[in-house]
Design a protein around this ligand. Structure first.
Ligand code: PMV
Length: 361
């Protein structure tokens, strides 16, 4: 397991004047949820997620050596246009990672970024966005230090992404990623995500995630505020222990192909995440009436057809409907006939489990 010190480069052996890279990184959906953190984006409990395939951020990083090394210098484009609103987030990210990427003030950067999913769809782009940016910076660091191996490259990219947005560290790799120290995962770390190290049962091959866009509005509560509310939360300790137990149980289910167990852990985790929000002080509800309508219909459909479809939620009202590839035709028909009516402007996104960040030639 690597420590923070291992991510501070000793010295660079090469020199690079100018160039560019382009990487895509996907979003991810947690099965066992991360909610609550310590300082420096250290998670209060371990989590596990499916990396997605279609919901991605694509970021091109141009770089050019500059004279004055006194401050960060970058242009920021979102879908080809300047995006001043995003600058503070990037500036903060650069400050947080500077210790680990000491070359950052030596270059002027052009960060040109776009998402494959609709803007303000209620899908957080921070995970995919921070992961894509971290990959680009690692590509530049690898030019400065050509001896770097792949394992270090990906672990450090995940480490950097985490400093941007916690769950972003799970978007670097696929298909199932564990983040946070846990007894059943020897290589697991609080500092970066690691690929699920056991063979996953074929039941989960190409597992489907259809994201129902229930509410595309701005988040009522930022995840930063949400995580903070776990400090002094009356049920926090119990919750953190439960996440450890659930991670052990879902590990067994992913390996054995036990869909029943997978479903009960995944749905319970989603509802627990929202229960934590409802029982914090101040308290809040991020589900909408249509979220509950969808959940009830998913349960009814599962009861009537025995098709192993289930739901999970992020910190918002949208519903992720998860199911095996084998049942795709029937579940999509059900979604179109019964669930789309509860989506804002009938919008939903078809996604599936994927491989993580990819460099674009
Ligand atoms: O990465 P953050 O700080 O936005 O936290 C996200 C937390 C959840 O999405 C609610 C759960 C998770 O594990 O992804």
């Amino acid at each position: 397991m690597l420590s923070e010190k291992d991510f501070i480069p000793k010295q660079y052996t090469s020199f690079v004047q100018t160039g560019s890279f382009e990487w895509s990184a996907p979003s991810n959906i947690a099965l066992v949820k991360y909610w609550g953190k310590k300082e420096n984006q250290i998670p209060a409990n371990p989590s596990v997620s499916f990396t997605l395939n279609n919901c991605k951020t694509i970021t091109k990083l141009g770089f050019e050596k500059k004279e004055n090394n006194g401050s960060f210098s970058f242009n920021l484009l979102f879908e080809g246009k300047p995006k001043p609103d995003f600058r503070p987030k990037i500036e903060k990210f650069l400050q947080r990672v500077e210790e680990y990427l000491p070359f950052l003030k030596e270059y002027h950067f052009t960060i040109d970024t776009q998402n494959t999913f609709p803007h303000s769809s209620g899908i957080a782009s921070s995970a995919s966005g921070m992961a894509a940016l971290a990959m680009n910076f690692m590509s530049l660091e690898r030019l400065l230090n050509p001896d770097m191996d792949d394992a270090y490259f990906y672990n450090k990219a995940s480490f950097l992404a985490r400093l941007g947005s916690g769950s972003a560290c799970r978007s670097v790799k696929g298909n199932v990623v564990v983040w946070g120290e846990h007894k059943d995962f020897e290589e697991s770390s609080n500092l970066y995500g690691v690929t699920f190290p056991y063979v996953i049962h074929d039941n989960f091959k190409n597992y489907q995630d259809t994201i129902l866009l229930v509410d595309k509005g701005e988040k009522q509560v930022s995840s930063t505020v949400g995580h903070d509310l776990m400090h002094g939360h009356p049920f926090a300790q119990q919750r953190f222990e439960q996440a450890h137990d659930n991670l052990s149980k879902i590990k067994e289910a992913l390996v054995s192909g036990d869909l029943e167990s997978f479903i009960s852990i995944t749905e319970s985790e989603a509802l627990t995440l929202h229960s934590m929000m409802m029982t914090s002080m101040p308290y809040f509800i991020l589900m909408k009436p249509n979220t509950l309508e969808i959940i009830n219909r998913v349960w009814k459909f599962r009861r009537e057809t025995t098709i192993p479809v289930c739901f999970t939620l992020d910190a918002g009202a949208n519903v992720h409907v998860l199911y095996p590839e084998n049942d795709k035709v029937k579940v999509l028909e059900f979604i179109k006939n019964e669930l789309v009516a509860y989506c804002q402007n009938s919008q939903y996104i078809c996604d599936e489990i994927g491989n993580g960040a990819q460099q674009i030639a």
